[in-house]
Design a binder for this molecule. Structure first.
Ligand SMILES: Cc1cc2nc3c(=O)[nH]c(=O)nc-3n(C[C@H](O)[C@H](O)[C@H](O)COP(=O)(O)OP(=O)(O)OC[C@H]3O[C@@H](n4cnc5c(N)ncnc54)[C@H](O)[C@@H]3O)c2cc1C
Length: 420
């Protein structure tokens, strides 16, 4: 149950192997935290999302459901461009030349800093990106003398974007996993993939169509409140239907509420209840059509705003900017209108002469992802209850709370069912 990316991934994978699945979704929209929303007559996303080339399972699954990544995602080589002139761009060269050239040629890093970053990456490679014992990203960076501009423009933005957790609390091991998969290996791994369409069309909507076309179904507006047993079968609420397997693919805070009947799930419940969460705020600002950024994505020196995306260059309409603030911070205390006003003022520094926005909309997801802290225990996908599985970005994985983690968990749950 749950038509987020995890639940849909599981159902697509089952349907693809001729096992029809029914997906129950509490809300009226597909995609969970990565869904389309509408405001002021404009299709927006619940939060601006970005994928990377290393999201292999997500990209493969998009192809399975007929959502061509080549068409629906703008693929650009790794580029970190900031409003104060910092600019790092990986050329289209094979790895590791792309990374070496990016670090040594970055505007805003001197030669010594570029070399320090290269040394850091090779020291991480030697023990195969294993951090023993796990510590915070801040401690890791300090131990490898990754300070100043390197920390400010490179490692901190990567950590916030991927782990959605401040450096001082983020897991160095999970950060290392992201560096391993995102910055090393094939050059394409580090490519940034920016959605050219709303998040619904990117995967959830074609996924639901695929499930329907393969004998399954997606039932919208059905919140499952209770799972029980009838012999070896599962019963959902008072429905007469019986199910051989159940995948709970809700966000963690909703999943644990369904564990009541099964004492075997006590440990998973305790693990889930000990998770903490981080917010992500997306502020949409609609300017006149002529307003645009020098590139589809620009880093902001804040102090609050972190990234701005030019939706006009992506999924439209022209003049629509989306500013993202990951992880917890002072911005959470501000009323939405005041926050939008502050963000507009910060944007004016990057874009002198910026006119007043026609409208603004702040979407604050308080529990955008779990807080990805060192040594964090995450519940396994298989449970002690035979036939019952968990899926979601929070389940045990070497990835932080991301689309790829959600998709991988759904695929893994489906594999477990197929193998029984
Ligand atoms: C603002 C924001 C920005 C983000 N940016 C990025 C990004 O740039 N890149 C990236 O990779 N990741 C990003 N993420 C993370 C990514 O969106 C999540 O990791 C992913 O969507 C989680 O998917 P999921 O399927 O595990 O859970 P969810 O998306 O939470 O799906 C769970 C579904 O279960 C449903 N449900 C809950 N309870 C019940 C019930 N009782 N019965 C039936 N259905 C139920 C919910 O309605 C929901 O649809 C972002 C997240 C947010 C919020």
């Amino acid at each position: 149950m749950g038509a987020g990316w995890a639940g849909l991934a599981a159902a697509v994978s089952l349907a693809d192997r001729g096992i029809p699945a029914t997906v129950f979704e509490a809300s009226r929209s597909l995609g969970g935290r990565a869904r389309r929303v509408s405001s002021e007559g404009t299709d927006l996303d619940n939060g601006q999302h970005i994928l990377i080339g290393a999201y292999r399972q997500t990209l493969a699954l998009m192809r399975t459901v007929g959502a061509a990544p080549e068409k629906l995602l703008m693929r650009v080589p790794l580029e970190l461009r900031f409003d104060d002139g910092f600019h790092l761009r990986a050329p289209r060269l094979p790895y590791p030349l792309n990374l070496l050239a990016a670090l040594l040629g970055a505007r805003g890093l001197n030669f010594a800093q570029g070399m320090a970053a290269i040394r850091f990456m090779s020291r991480m490679r030697a023990p195969r990106f294993s951090i023993e014992p796990d510590c915070s990203v801040a401690q890791l960076l300090e131990a490898h003398e990754q300070r100043g501009a390197l920390r400010r423009y490179l490692w901190e933005p990567l950590c916030l974007s991927a782990l959605n957790t401040p450096l001082t609390r983020a897991s160095a091991q999970v950060f290392a996993n992201v560096l391993r998969d995102g910055l090393t290996g094939a050059r394409e791994n580090s490519d940034l993939l920016l959605p050219r369409t709303d998040l619904g069309l990117l995967f959830p909507v074609p996924a639901a169509a695929f499930i329907g076309a393969h004998g399954g179904s997606v039932e919208m507006g059905v919140a499952v409140r209770r799972i029980s047993r009838d012999g070896t079968a599962f019963v959902l609420d008072d429905s007469p239907q019986r199910f051989s397997h159940v995948i709970i693919a809700c966000a963690p805070q909703h999943a644990a509420a369904l564990f009541d009947v099964f004492p075997g799930l006590d440990e998973a419940r305790r693990t889930i209840e000990s998770l903490q969460y981080e917010p992500i705020y997306t502020c949409y600002l609609r300017y006149p059509d002529g307003v645009h950024l020098p590139s589809p994505m620009l880093g902001l020196t804040g102090p609050m705003s972190q990234w701005v995306f030019d939706r006009g260059q992506l999924s439209g309409p022209k003049g629509l900017l989306a500013v993202v603030i990951s992880a917890s911070g002072a911005h959470e205390a501000l009323p939405q209108q005041e926050l939008a006003g502050r963000i507009h003022e910060e944007l004016k520094v990057a874009l002198p002469g910026l006119p007043e926005p026609r409208w603004t909309r702040v979407i604050g997801e308080k529990r955008a992802t779990f807080s990805c802290t060192p040594g964090l225990a995450r519940p396994a996908i298989s449970t002690p209850v035979q036939g019952l599985y968990l899926a979601g970005d929070y389940t045990a994985s070497d990835y932080p709370g991301t689309l790829e983690a959600a998709v991988r968990s759904g695929l893994a749950a489906a594999r477990l069912i197929i193998s029984t």
